[in-house]
Design a protein around this ligand. Structure first.
Ligand SMILES: *Cc1c(COP(=O)(O)O)cnc(C)c1O
Length: 365
């Protein structure tokens, strides 16, 4: 019997109603033979040395992982020449971002970022109860740092900067970022998301590790999901001051990073593996250049591509383009009304993409 004085559904936080669900890049049906270029994944299979390390560690999964992830933390500290206490690991850098925001943002505060940018940002911000302040990108897909500086208020707790910007592509440049930082209050956290840093070749791009040393309010976000090819294991980390790191650690899920993810990341940071991975990244950068040159030759005008993806600013045609690409066995990531992001994948996928883009341009003739 229902009691009219009793509520008949669970009450959720007010903030939940405004949070969009995360839309993952489409997947291909098993065996369909399509190129999955919708999630900026690394197209190469894991290194055999990494697979071996995972297989060896599989026999220990009845135990909790090392909560402090000592081996991995030491390996990261050595690689970047930082103190281990500056590193916080998480189940992907998306999780670390959530923990960072949990530590600084709350109802009544604001988190500022460019838009369009990574679609995980509105979700992570919304969950804290803070308000997202989105500043439109410039016409060439870059951060509009002047407008972002103007949008800072006394309620701003954090600013998210994505470099290279997902999904549009350009990396942030040193001069524009230095000028921006000179306008940021020292008590506002600046999150510099470097998910694609390994693919940057622009000599003017910001070097995160350099700015980290200069500004105590900066946090760098890094991931093993893209260049390192460990997306399925969910592991990423932040580099920051020890003070910020200790606060973020409090907000982190205990034992969040699995033992297999830790082992795989350590194996990936060993000398020979790193060399192999760097070679693969170099190959992807060359493929990116071939894709961009091909698009330019067809007449496409696209933003500078500094990550492992390109952006076609197709506006209201984004979804129709994605449908046409799918028919040709290419899965891309459309953002309705805005554009299409296409990852740099297998070598043959580049030709397939260029075939689709050429046919798209010629479809009316
Ligand atoms: C892919 C991506 C990440 C990394 O996500 P993980 O959770 O580490 O897999 C972070 N930021 C941006 C902008 C990304 O595109």
């Amino acid at each position: 019997m229902s009691d009219p004085t009793m509520p008949d559904a669970v009450q959720f936080r007010h903030a939940m109603s405004a949070i969009p669900p995360y839309v993952p890049g489409a997947r291909s049906a098993k065996g369909a033979g399509a190129y999955k270029l919708s999630s900026n994944e690394n197209p190469f299979p894991p290194l055999s040395s990494v697979v071996e390390a995972i297989a060896q560690a599989a026999g220990d999964v009845n135990r909790y992982p090392d909560m402090a992830a000592l081996d991995l933390t030491d390996a990261i500290a050595a690689k970047f020449d930082v103190d281990p206490a500056q590193i916080v690991l998480g189940t992907g850098s998306v999780a670390v971002l959530g923990h960072l925001l949990a530590a600084v943002a709350e109802a009544g505060s604001e988190v500022l970022y460019a838009w369009r940018s990574f679609e995980g940002y509105p979700i992570a911000v919304g969950l804290t109860g803070a308000r997202s302040v989105q500043v439109p990108l410039t016409a060439d897909g870059r951060h509009d740092f002047e407008a972002m500086a103007d949008a800072i208020s006394s309620r701003t707790r954090a600013i998210l900067v994505c470099s290279p910007n997902n999904p549009t592509g350009p990396a942030v440049r040193r001069d524009e970022f230095e000028l921006f930082m000179s306008k940021i209050p020292a008590d506002v956290l600046v999150v510099f998301d470097e998910a694609y840093v390994e693919f940057i070749r622009d000599p003017e791009a910001v070097d995160g590790l350099t700015v980290l040393k200069r500004y105590p309010n900066i946090v760098l976000l890094r991931t093993f999901s893209k260049a390192y090819g460990l997306a399925g294991l969910r592991i990423g980390f932040s580099l920051s001051s020890k003070e910020i790191a200790s606060q973020v650690r409090k907000a982190s899920t205990p034992f969040g990073v699995s033992s297999l993810a830790q082992i795989a990341a350590v194996a990936s940071l060993s000398g020979p593996a790193t060399a192999e991975l760097e070679e693969r990244v170099e190959g992807l950068v060359r493929r990116r250049a071939r894709l961009c040159a091909g698009l330019a030759a067809q007449g496409w005008i696209i933003p500078q591509a500094d990550g492992n993806f390109v952006w076609l600013p197709l506006k209201e045609d984004a979804v129709a383009f994605a449908a046409m690409a799918l028919e040709s066995g290419v899965i891309v990531r459309p953002f309705d009304g805005d554009g299409v992001r296409i990852s740099v994948g297998e070598g043959e996928s580049v030709d397939r993409v260029l075939d689709v883009t050429a046919r798209w341009l010629g479809r009316e003739s």
